[in-house]
Ligand binder design. Structure first.
Ligand code: NAD
Length: 370
């Protein structure tokens, strides 16, 4: 197949991990007989430096014309001045809004050979395999007003948590349909004992649940969910939640897999590409990791698995997505690790060394189509 993929490496370790994911996509194209056209654009801090805006028009229009987008990460101390009018994260939020990506899927499945990298006991991690569906274009990250002002001589800051019924319905339908392809179980997470927007969330999701009687459905408050993610993580199948709660819970859930560096994500909406599939943005869930940027030690697994999700969701290439996931499983099972998930006393691999091992494993197990 022919496909156009936009690459947005971004800042910090973003370019380091996207380079590895790109090399896997090129191997897929070569060995499975596809033609992928890659186009690189600016987003985040590097875009602010180059053109004074975190989301140049050229970047958004290229993404809207592409079949899929692979993103690294944005942000870093250089652009962290709280008084700054432009911030790298505005690039991400603008991209999500501009591409109408209302659902962010974050699969959490600890690799059996990396259980020791998690602070949780191995027996708690047995059978953990769930997906968090985070609403991505609503809630407190987008609500207006969001500002500071003076009240009685004091500085007051406010953000607004808004949800419209249709925003909850569309992401709920997507999550229930996803549950039907997995374990037929969905847990909706909210804070309906306190927040009005959460009461609408619960009411709406509970109504949508009636359309899917085959899916075992329950509600949890977000504070209890934070606890249950650690005490009974294997009991979840699909977790559906709002933008803010999903952001926090998935960083918490990442420790089940040993490192933030292992986790991929897919952001999807209703906007279809030339193959009739969702035009998605795929990115590891981690940030730009300024503490390790430039050292060549970042874990590229989350970015590589994001490339696999891109092949599956935006290009419909299931076999090719499985090929990448299998190679990652084999590589981790064979004990190859970057520093964040290395075993005690193990000499960790640098990013580039791991890339070479993954590439040669891929070539060994996926001979080119002749
Ligand atoms: P972070 O995810 O960048 O890093 C948290 C910790 O995890 C760090 O110790 C880091 O070294 C480690 N880590 C993250 N990814 C790793 C990887 N692939 N391999 C090995 N270790 C890894 O979060 P942070 O430090 O809170 O934020 C740093 C910057 O990233 C901030 O500017 C923040 O706004 C931005 N950020 C961006 C995104 C995004 O682009 N989607 C997401 C979160 C944070």
């Amino acid at each position: 197949m022919k496909a156009k993929i936009v690459l947005l490496p971004g800042d910090g370790i973003g370019p380091e991990v996207v380079a590895v994911a790109l090399s896997l996509l090129e191997l897929v194209a070569n060995n499975f007989g596809h033609q992928f056209t890659m186009e690189e654009h600016l987003i985040g801090g590097c875009a602010i430096d180059a053109v004074q805006t975190p989301l140049p028009k050229k970047t958004l229009s290229a993404c809207l014309e592409a079949d899929a987008v692979l993103l690294g990460a944005v942000g870093g101390p250089k652009w962290d001045d709280p008084r700054a009018k432009v911030r790298p994260e505005q690039g991400l939020l603008g991209l999500r809004k501009g591409m109408a990506l209302f659902a962010n899927l974050r699969p959490i499945q600890p690799h059996p050979d990396v259980l020791s990298a998690s602070p949780l006991k191995a027996e708690k991690l047995k059978g953990v395999d769930f997906v968090v569906v985070r609403e991505l274009t609503g809630g407190i990250y987008f609500g207006e007003p969001s500002k500071r002002h003076q009240v009685n001589g004091q500085t007051q800051a406010l953000d607004t948590m808004i949800y419209n019924q249709y925003e909850i319905e569309r992401v709920a339908h997507l999550a229930f349909k996803l549950a039907q392809t997995r374990g037929n179980k969905l847990t909706s997470v909210d804070k309906s004992n306190v927040l009005e927007s959460s009461r609408l969330w619960r009411e709406t999701v509970t109504k949508v649940a009636l359309v899917y009687p085959d899916v075992d459905f329950d509600n949890l408050l977000v504070d209890a969910a934070a606890m249950h993610l650690l005490t009974r993580p294997a009991s979840f199948d699909v977790i559906l939640t709002a933008n803010l709660f999903g952001d926090i819970l998935t960083d918490e859930a990442s420790i089940l897999t040993g490192s933030l560096g292992n986790l991929p994500s897919a952001s999807l909406g209703d906007n279809m590409n030339t193959s009739g599939k969702p035009r998605g943005v795929f990115e590891p869930i981690h940030g730009s990791a300024p503490d390790i940027a430039g050292k060549g030690i970042a874990n590229p697994v989350g970015a590589i698995l994001s490339a696999a999700l891109l092949l599956r969701h935006s290009l419909g290439l299931e076999e090719e997505a499985n090929a990448i996931e299998n190679v990652i499983n084999q590589t981790l099972a064979a004990g190859y690790r970057t520093a964040d998930i290395a075993k005690p006393g193990q000499d960790p691999l640098k990013t580039d060394a791991l890339r070479k091992i993954i590439e040669s494993q891929f070539i060994k197990t996926n001979a080119p189509i002749t």
